[in-house]
Design a protein around this ligand. Structure first.
Ligand SMILES: Cc1cc2nc3c(=O)[nH]c(=O)nc-3n(C[C@H](O)[C@H](O)[C@H](O)COP(=O)(O)OP(=O)(O)OC[C@H]3O[C@@H](n4cnc5c(N)ncnc54)[C@H](O)[C@@H]3O)c2cc1C
Length: 139
């Protein structure tokens, strides 16, 4: 929390009103939602979303609120220059390798099929980088 506040990616508010004002959120609705959530903390049953409340026991939402804003960010680009198993870049008009052009890593597309499994990008960079070097050495 200290770092979040230090680097300005989080904000601290002493009341729901301040929080709502900062993010331009309807104050009454937010206040109602917080009260509702707190009632689920008390009862141990989330009637709204069915969230398991076991670990929320006694953890009421109350001021001061330290907040962060969530937004999407690019984590991996699925797509790029098509390569073959030798790391040669394939010409999309002839489907043949472009002489002397190699690609490895995120700039190359198709390695992971329709979706990349987590943690498989760095191994891809290393394997295909070494593969490209081997292909070059053989040429
Ligand atoms: C937050 C985050 C977490 C991740 N966690 C993991 C993980 O846990 N495990 C995993 O396997 N993968 C992870 N990834 C994905 C992985 O880090 C990347 O896919 C990988 O680093 C891509 O390496 P790369 O060398 O292909 O591309 P990059 O690392 O993007 O390298 C491309 C380089 O080219 C340079 N460049 C761009 N344009 C030019 C230009 N015109 N001239 C010269 N240089 C240029 C850039 O500055 C950059 O240095 C994560 C990605 C993100 C964003």
């Amino acid at each position: 929390m200290k770092k979040v506040l230090k680097y300005g990616v989080g904000w601290k508010f002493d009341s729901v009103e301040e929080l709502a004002k900062h993010f331009n959120i309807p104050f009454k609705a937010l206040k109602k939602q917080i009260a509702e959530y707190n009632s689920y903390v008390k009862s141990g049953v989330d009637e709204q979303f069915g969230k398991p409340m076991g670990k929320a026991k006694g953890k009421y939402l109350k001021a001061p609120f330290v907040t962060v804003r969530n937004w999407p960010k690019v984590h991996y680009c699925q797509g790029g220059a098509k390569i073959n198993v030798k790391a040669e870049v394939i010409d999309s008009t002839t489907w043949k390798p472009i002489p002397g052009l190699f690609a490895a890593g995120e700039v190359a597309g198709g390695m992971h099929g329709v979706s990349r499994l987590g943690s498989c990008s760095i191994p891809d960079c290393m394997v295909m980088g070494m593969t490209a070097a081997k292909t070059m050495m053989k040429a």
